[in-house]
Design a protein around this ligand. Structure first.
Ligand SMILES: [Fe+2]
Length: 292
């Protein structure tokens, strides 16, 4: 494996406004992973019982809270336990938001809170199709949920109680990745985006940038040689570690671990410090034309 390590380590030990790191938009927009090894999400003694897969209902991949409704999904238990789970996940959302606004003051007023989730499933035991297999390097892109150029900013925290790290692989820079596969990607079939939207296969119109991102996701995951031999680094996120990443930009794969918190934020690329550094901006530059 190559020695690239696009990881930047910060000493912060608090989520709140008075932590030391702020104004690091340029670092995350450059496609680095921001790692905080001393920033645990602390469970109360009563919450520790939730570190058990039995709280996830059988069909769900994770337990989540949706906003703005503050609605708990994917959990099974009695009313008091569900309320406590919801409060725990809600606290993670609040702390993540405070951290994100301190790290990225330029995004204030523009970060939209997406789902908060608590993943109880062990990565190693997950059985799935190649397209859903997140142990393969990929950028995040979803067939039914076109982002239309909106960025996916994610705050993760490993809360494993038994010392088990969250093991990731992190891959090549986005621009290299786009150059690798762009020549293999054709234009969307004329009229297909309108049809997918009409049939409610997609939640909104799949733009050409969505088409390209989805193809990058699929081509990378389907390419065994790429998975094996492309430039990449292994990263272990120990329990008590928080990390922040633009997951639509950083090539990543989850290789192992259990019990993790995750908060998604949406950010219109126009509100980045450098919108041209976004995946869509990079694709436009490489293609020499504007994408919708
Ligand atoms: Fe992913």
């Amino acid at each position: 494996m190559s020695s690239i390590t696009p990881i930047r380590v910060y000493p912060d030990s608090t989520w709140s406004e008075d932590g030391p790191t702020r104004g690091v938009e340029a670092v995350i927009e450059a496609g680095e992973v921001l790692q905080f090894p001393n920033l645990p999400f602390v469970l109360t003694p009563a919450e520790r019982k939730f570190l058990d897969p039995r709280w996830a209902d059988a069909k769900a991949k994770n337990i989540s809270v949706r906003w703005p409704a503050n609605e708990l999904r994917g959990a099974a238990g009695d009313a008091a336990d569900l309320a406590a789970l919801q409060a725990m996940i809600g606290r993670y959302a609040e702390q993540s938001e405070a951290l994100a606004l301190r790290l990225f003051p330029h995004y204030r007023g523009h970060l939209r809170r997406g789902n908060s989730s608590f993943r109880t499933v062990n990565v190693a035991g997950r059985e799935t199709s190649w397209r859903k297999d997140d142990t393969r390097l990929h950028v995040d892109a979803f067939p039914s949920n076109p982002m239309q150029g909106t960025r996916l900013l994610r705050v993760f925290c490993n809360i494993n109680p038994n010392g088990l790290p969250r093991q990731w692989r992190v891959g090549e820079p986005f621009e290299d990745h786009a150059k690798r596969y762009l020549p293999k990607i054709g234009r969307p079939i004329y009229g297909s985006a309108a049809l997918l939207e009409m049939l409610h296969i997609t939640k909104r119109r799949r733009t050409e940038s969505d088409h390209l991102m989805l193809k990058l996701h699929d081509l990378a995951k389907a390419d065994a040689e790429f998975q094996r031999s492309s430039p990449q680094a292994r990263v272990d996120f120990a329990p008590g570690t928080t990390w922040v990443v633009f997951s639509d930009q950083v090539l990543h794969a989850a290789m192992g671990g259990q019990y993790m918190m995750e908060q998604t934020f949406y950010l219109d690329a126009a509100h980045q410090q450098r919108p041209e550094a976004s995946p869509r901006g990079t694709l436009e530059r490489l293609l020499g034309r504007e994408l919708r």
